[in-house]
Design a protein around this ligand. Structure first.
Ligand code: FES
Length: 359
């Protein structure tokens, strides 16, 4: 049974944004620039490191990091994402080909916690370890941090197969020219010789340790890790074992989304209340079902994208009851401590659960 009650609040909603241009970066990657109309500028204001979620068809939702800077949005009304082709990908491969200036896509306002608070009065050492398209959010972080904090520095370790596959090579070169003494970029190439033996080969644990010991200034205050799960997990473990004070992580792909085994519990095991867009909807669900799936059955407009615990688009706060997450690559410990969960990964632990998507 489903019922609806009015409560206050609002949630991120889809907005049609016109494509301003699509530009090729490498053989496998493009940038898509959207024109944000003045009335949506506040809604699409973002922090460097965040991502946009694009809806290409009702069931095709993808999250892509923003590579441009908040200052660009303020000045030009443009916001840009980096898209690397996934062979056979519904949007990255097929959808991108059909995009032209003027095409309109449905887009959710920026989301994500892969960021930091920048302060012009602060002097920090930032570091990033990225591979492939993992550079996308870090490009925005580097440009924004160095522009905002005139005394801070940034060291970037960037792994790629070959020079031709380096995304944003021109933008990185321009940043290096602008901040020659405050930006250090180390390109590591796995399938062709890099600038030195240390920069030639896979960005694995041994090479990371070597570069941290020999090429990276000591005392990095904040690290940003973005790329495939194996690199991010290895780098995080290594940095934490060396006492790194702050490590932010972002995964683009966390491996295949585990297909939850079909629920075997009864459909009315758990009473679920969903708060969304100022309304409460009530339904029931099996004790071994996923909260998002049950919630979508009564509120089809719910935000979600990856269903794999990576993008945080399905984030909500547990108001009553308890849930357990199968995996979480998106929420920071502070978020989890405050009661936020990824509903696509959440299984109820109590017979009554209320989740608030407006919180
Ligand atoms: S939909 Fe992406 S984390 Fe749940």
């Amino acid at each position: 049974m489903t019922s609806v009650v009015r409560v206050a609040r609002r949630r991120p909603v889809w907005h049609p944004l016109p494509v301003d241009r699509v530009e090729r970066l490498t053989a496998e990657a493009v940038t898509i620039t959207f024109a944000v109309p003045p009335e949506l500028r506040a809604e699409f204001a973002f922090r460097p490191g965040q991502h946009l979620t694009v809806r290409y068809a009702p069931a095709v939702r993808r999250s892509y990091s923003i590579c441009s800077t908040p200052r660009e949005l303020d000045r030009t009304g443009l916001i840009r994402i980096g898209v690397k082709e996934v062979p056979g990908g519904a949007f990255s491969s097929q959808g991108v080909r059909g995009l032209r200036a003027g095409t309109t896509l449905e887009v959710l306002p920026p989301l994500g916690t892969f960021t930091t608070d920048l302060d012009p009065l602060r002097t920090r050492r930032y570091g990033a370890i990225v591979a492939g398209s993992g550079i996308t959010p870090v490009l925005s972080l580097v440009a924004t941090a160095l522009a905002t904090e005139p005394h801070s520095t940034f060291t970037l370790l960037y792994g790629n197969r070959a020079a031709a596959s380096v995304m944003f090579a021109d933008e990185l070169g321009a940043l290096k020219d602008r901040y020659p003494s405050r930006l250090q970029i180390l390109h590591v190439l796995s399938r062709e010789p890099g600038l030195s033996p240390a920069l030639s080969g896979r960005l694995d644990r041994d090479r990371l340790a070597l570069l941290l010991d020999t090429a990276v200034p000591a005392g990095v205050d904040e690290w940003f890790l973005c790329g495939p799960a194996a690199l991010v997990e290895t780098a995080e473990e290594l940095l934490r074992s060396r006492g790194a004070p702050a490590v932010h992580t972002e995964l683009f792909y966390a491996g295949p989304v585990p297909v939850p085994t079909p629920p075997v519990g009864n459909a009315d095991d758990v009473a679920l209340t969903v708060r969304l867009d100022g309304r409460e909807s009530r339904t029931t669900m099996p004790r071994d079902g996923r909260v998002l799936d049950a919630a979508l059955a009564v509120r089809a407009e719910l935000p979600y994208a990856c269903k794999g615990g990576v993008c945080a688009t399905c984030r909500a706060r547990v108001v009553t009851g308890e849930v357990a997450m199968a995996r979480n690559y998106a929420l920071e410990p502070d978020d989890v401590a405050a009661g936020y969960v990824l509903t696509c990964q959440s299984v109820p632990l109590t017979p009554d659960v209320t989740v608030d998507y407006d919180a």
